[in-house]
Ligand binder design. Structure first.
Ligand code: ATP
Length: 743
């Protein structure tokens, strides 16, 4: 591959990509650049109407690329248009770092702390200014944002790991806006007269490629025109001679036909001289951003199409069949690969080579295709890779590829929540304005609608004083609410629209959970009244945002041999372990000889998914103790909490959704771990329906859940003694019904 200013001639040899400046910027590319220093170029014989230029040294290619004046004829007249004037995108030197963007609205600083909009004095989101640059639109993720800015400056690769919808691809796109546009190049592939299966490659400054192709086409057109004229003159002479001199018109027609055929088939050669522009950055206003998520080898690494007519003058020249891959299209820009672990190992290895070399030859990816015979000179692919994925992406990523990213870049973990501050709430209001503007059709949101969405962001965070950073799903809510307002032909989206949207945009898990609850009501499987021995209403989470009530039943039966704990209901590993922990406590404090008994524990209708996690261990303990002691459990209570082997109730996830599920199912009280008390952010409508009882040890749980007084020296009584001190201390919390509001 070569890169010089003699734009219309393919070079004979040499390999290059990048510039001296890039050399200092991208250590990953040092090998290719060393080669590039040695690369030589010369013009081919075929193209230049007899003109030849001697091979010339590449020297400093930066100069070559930037200097369009030395273009040879006939391209000289096609000076590339300057791209500087219309480049209004800031370069990395004036990035402005992570300075906060002014929302363009007055702020009531005094009341900012208590105001859900952080003191923003706005009536609707149309009053809020949306920043132009994508990097300024990113909310939260300060570390990732700083890294992206730094990596854009230093041309480093980045690996972003985190939950979906937290801004990974947004940051990658933002990075492409930060890269300098003036480095962009067009890539042309030329026919190689010496070896038809080894097309030559040349890079030229962005915008110049199109001019070269046009010039070649024009040249080819003129050449064809000349040939046509010549052909018709010869045919006319032949016909005239045949008629006038030989007197044989048939012979004349025959010869004319042969001449026509000869001209027709030999004319294909002139078209072959037109280069194939595989990367065209002529119209690019910013460095390219290529999303190669889930791309197969051809789309990622480039391909050469199959040619069904491989001979007889019908074939398509190999350079015309070359297709660029994402790695080539993202040259000087950003290659974004989400779920990088889904790329097969060979593709990951090739990607690694491309990163290392900064250039990668294109060949046919299918072994059976005629394209596999073709291999171009190396094509530049000096991209910055942003690899993204969830935590498991790291495990399955090729270790050497990860090592490349680590060695020449940064790794960053995306945050899921951010502290709730007035400044952050102002940014959330701006997020809604951003989403409305991006969509282009949604009515702007009224102040109350924004407040409701910020409340929802708090709720979805699942942590006190935090806001969720799962913006994709929050953006989904904005769009549904806006769509409802639009369908009603309203000028603005109101709080009511947001509430409707929340009901409408329930996740599949929420819809399933609601369906379960309905069905259980039909079959009277849901017991929420009276006391039942050995039965406890447990609570579980489905998906990310939905709770479900899951009864647990325990039965004690005489053992056939050695007594054992038998748990059914598709328990997963963690849940099984929690059952073992519970049985440890019971064995220790019960005077019943458990070696003679089997303890059966059933997770009733746990469903297809099975039970994961240990958040049901207080439920299991309560059910078993109730069955052992023959004390009924109050069925108006539901509970969630993990249990330590010493009887402490430990915090669990998803308490808000679980409490809401218990309320929906008809329970009056919900026992939760005391440590989770601050995470409760239930919807207003459920606040009146349930009393929340935080507990810190199993004794407190039993005290609330079991009906009637425990007998002296019973298991319940003994448990009270071991957890007595903690129990005394937390007595006040029990039954207090503390019910934190969403705010
Ligand atoms: N931090 C953020 N600030 C502002 N908007 C955001 C942020 N994160 C996500 N968004 C919004 O959510 C949309 C989706 O985010 P994005 O595609 O970047 O997520 P992602 O992390 O790449 O998810 P995935 O891994 O599923 O591809 C963005 O287009 C943007 O509108």
């Amino acid at each position: 591959m070569s890169n010089d200013t003699n734009v219309d001639d393919p070079p004979e040899d040499g390999a290059d990509a990048g510039t001296d400046e890039e050399q200092s910027q991208s250590p990953a590319r040092s090998q290719s650049q060393e080669r590039e220093q040695q690369g030589r170029e010369s013009e081919p014989e075929s193209d230049r109407q007899g003109e030849r230029s001697p091979p010339e040294s590449d020297g400093d290619r930066r100069d070559d690329v930037d200097d369009g004046d030395e273009f040879d004829d006939p391209i000289d007249e096609f000076e590339p248009e300057s791209t500087e004037d219309d480049d209004d995108i800031e370069t990395v030197d004036d990035l402005g770092s992570t300075v906060d963007v002014d929302p363009g609205v007055e702020i009531d600083e005094e009341n900012a702390e208590d105001d859900l909009l952080g003191g923003l004095k706005v009536d609707t989101t149309s009053d809020i200014e949306v920043p132009d640059r994508l990097v300024d639109q990113v909310i939260g993720q300060d570390e990732a944002r700083d890294i992206i800015i730094k990596a854009a400056k230093q041309r480093r690769h980045v690996m972003m790991i985190g939950s979906p919808g937290t801004g990974k691809s947004m940051l990658a796109k933002a990075m492409s806006q930060l890269l300098p546009q003036e480095d962009l190049q067009d890539v042309l592939v030329y026919h190689n007269p010496d070896d038809g299966n080894a097309p030559k490659v040349r890079t030229v400054p962005a915008g110049k490629g199109e001019q070269i192709v046009d010039a070649h086409k024009e040249e080819a057109r003129k050449r064809n025109q000349m040939r046509s004229i010549l052909m018709w003159i010869i045919i006319a002479i032949v016909l005239a001679y045949a008629i006038l001199m030989a007197g044989n018109i048939l012979l004349g027609i025959l010869v004319a036909g042969i001449i026509w055929l000869i001209f027709r088939y030999t004319s294909r050669g002139t078209d072959a001289m037109v280069p194939n522009m595989i990367v065209n950055n002529g119209d690019q206003r910013q460095a390219p951003f290529e999303d190669a998520t889930g791309a197969h080898a051809g789309a990622l690494l480039g391909d050469v199409r199959h040619d069904p007519f491989q001979s007889g003058g019908m074939e398509t020249p190999s350079h015309d069949r070359v297709e660029p891959g994402s790695i080539h299209k993202s040259n000087k820009g950003v290659l974004f690969v989400d779920e990088i672990n889904t790329l097969d190992v060979r593709t990951q290895q090739k990607l690694m080579t491309a990163i290392q070399e900064g250039e990668f030859a294109i060949t046919g990816q299918s072994e059976r295709s005629s394209g596999a015979m073709v291999q171009t000179e190396p094509v530049p692919c000096d991209f910055i890779m942003i690899a993204a994925g969830n935590l498991d992406a790291m495990e399955n990523m090729h270790p050497a590829l990860r090592n490349r990213v680590k060695g020449y870049g940064y790794e960053v973990y995306m945050e899921d929540t951010i502290e709730d501050t007035p400044e952050m709430r102002r940014k959330y209001a701006r997020f809604i304005a951003q989403e409305v503007e991006r969509d282009g059709r949604l009515p702007h949101f009224e102040r109350e609608a924004v407040e409701e969405l910020i409340l929802e962001a708090k709720r979805r965070s699942g942590r006190k004083n935090h806001l969720t950073l799962h913006f994709r799903s929050l953006g989904g809510l904005v769009r549904v609410a806006g769509d409802i307002a639009r369908a009603e032909d309203k000028d603005h989206t109101t709080r009511d629209h947001v509430l409707q949207a929340k009901r409408r945009s329930r996740s599949i898990e929420q819809q399933l959970a609601d369906d379960y609850i309905e069905r259980r009501k039909d079959y009277e499987l849901q017991v929420t009244q009276d006391g039942v021995e050995g039965r406890v209403n447990g609570l579980a989470v489905m998906g990310e945002d939905s709770g479900i009530m899951l009864p647990v039943m325990a039965e004690i039966a005489p053992a056939q041999g050695q007594g054992q704990v038998i748990a059914t209901g598709q328990l997963k590993e963690m849940a099984e372990e929690s059952v073992q922990n519970v049985s440890a406590i019971i064995k220790k404090f019960s005077d019943v000889n458990l070696s003679e008994k089997d303890i059966h524990i059933q997770f009733v209708q746990a469903g297809q998914q099975g039970v994961d996690g240990d958040s049901a261990s207080i439920t299991v303990a309560t059910a078993v103790i109730s069955a052992l002691e023959d004390i009924p459990v109050d069925q108006s209570i539901a509970m969630t909490g993990s249990l330590s082997v010493r009887g402490d109730v430990l915090p669990v996830g998803g308490v808000t959704h679980k409490i809401e599920a218990a309320a929906k199912a008809g329970c009056d009280k919900v026992i939760i771990p005391k440590a989770n008390e601050q995470d409760v952010m239930i919807e207003e409508e459920y606040e009146e329906m349930v009393e929340i009882i935080p507990c810190s040890n199993i004794s407190e749980v039993l005290d609330v859940a079991l009906e009637g007084e425990p007998k002296k020296d019973s298991l319940v009584d003994r448990l009270k003694q071991i957890t007595g001190s903690a129990f005394e201390g937390n007595q006040s919390a029990v039954g207090s019904g503390s019910n934190p509001s969403p705010q």
